[in-house]
Ligand binder design. Structure first.
Ligand code: FAD
Ligand code: SF4
Length: 329
């Protein structure tokens, strides 16, 4: 590990001023950053600790409905918050299926959005061709071990997926990320936050240098929502695929559907076509739901070893719709 300078920010202004300096990174819970430092994925000159920032861990109702979650709120505090658990079960469930209880006690929701792919070539201890880690060096996974990689939106430069469970739930909820930067505040839709790899897979989101996420705003309650995560073991494992669903219902009839898939692309993947086609469909009409979900996979493009993910993702989405309609996890 290379040496680096370490400092605390005591308010947001100081954080964005200090964070804008060259080769500077923020530290929130540290559960992801410390792995990057150990593996040499990040070699910062300066680390700015955010944990002394006041008020950024609060969870509060918004005056006109909805909820604001501070970026420094710990994952377990969010999942177990009564408003989140009751009004946004998809988020609570996604968080409780993330990492381990110990990690969730320390990890923040802001830091979770920045976690990097689990691609083994990217996280390797020795240097392997990887455009995300060393731009221009190639993509070892494209024709290598790619069974856990993307089925949507990948490029020849990178076929990695974004593994965050909460980010998938937030994309389905139409959440908005509120940021602070020396040039002013921004509001970024969760679905627009992560980018596709294109020819620059080392760029993973739309934040500017030194920009800080200060809060996450959730719109009106989504009690009919659910998160389904398929993984190799039921505890403490990243998703093979996941599905986050939020429904508006009139009795059994779907009046609005929002569906985001996780671990299938470089960002949470909304199924816009299916969302449109599900309007006026009965939530108990499994055959119709399966047909609509199946038809929305036209853009899916499997790699050599991951065609199985298409079927899993279709099943996950259809089943998450049923769970959301019943408000079950
Ligand atoms: C073994 C293991 C298993 C895991 N399993 C899962 C899983 O199944 N599902 C899942 O979703 N996650 C999983 N995670 C990821 C875990 O949830 C993240 O490590 C965690 O959420 C990161 O939060 P943090 O606060 O520790 O971030 P940090 O490590 O402190 O920060 C990471 C980076 O995020 C940036 N950052 C942090 N906060 C902000 C902010 N407010 N504004 C701007 N930039 C910011 C900085 O660049 C920082 O360097 C796992 C992690 C580990 C180590
Ligand atoms: S998929 Fe992306 S992260 Fe993995 S080796 Fe290729 S470029 Fe690197």
């Amino acid at each position: 590990m290379d040496p680096f300078a370490y400092g605390y920010a005591t308010d947001v202004k100081e954080a964005i001023t200090e964070g804008g300096a060259p080769n500077t990174v923020f530290l929130a819970g540290g559960t992801e950053l410390l792995n990057w430092l150990r593996l040499g994925i990040a070699k910062p000159a300066r680390v700015i600790d955010l944990t002394r920032l006041k008020g950024l861990a609060n969870i509060a109702r918004l005056p006109h409905g909805g909820l604001r979650i501070g970026a420094l709120a710990r994952l377990n505090d969010i999942a177990l918050n009564e408003h989140v658990a009751r009004d946004y079960p998809v988020l609570s469930q996604a968080i409780l299926k993330s990492a381990s209880a110990q990690l969730r006690n320390l990890a923040t929701i802001g830091g979770n959005l920045f976690q990097k792919t689990r691609c083994g070539y990217f996280r390797a201890e020795e240097s392997l061709p990887c455009n995300k880690r060393n731009p221009g060096s190639g993509c070892s996974a494209l024709n290598g071990i790619n069974d856990r990689h993307a089925i949507f939106g990948w490029s020849e430069a990178c076929v990695a997926t974004q593994p965050s469970d909460p980010a998938t739930a937030l994309a389905a909820l139409d959440a908005v990320f509120v940021t602070a930067h020396k040039e002013g505040e921004r509001r970024i839709k969760a679905v627009d936050f992560h980018t596709l790899p294109g020819s620059t897979p080392h760029i993973e989101n739309t934040l500017r240098n030194g920009e800080l996420i200060v809060g996450i705003e959730l719109p009106a309650a989504a009690p009919h929502s659910a998160y389904l995560k398929l993984r190799e073991r039921e505890s403490y494992e990243y998703a093979i695929v996941s599905a986050a669903v939020a429904l508006d219902l009139d009795a059994d009839r779907i009046t609005r559907a929002r569906i985001a898939l996780g671990s299938v692309a470089h960002r949470p993947w909304r199924l816009a076509e299916a969302e449109h086609s599900l309007v006026n469909v009965s939530a108990s009409d499994n055959a119709a739901i399966r047909k609509i979900i199946g038809a929305s996979f036209g853009d899916a493009k499997p790699l050599t070893h991951n065609a199985y993910k298409i079927m899993l993702a279709k099943n996950a989405a259809a089943r998450a719709i049923r769970l959301a309609a019943r408000n079950l996890s």
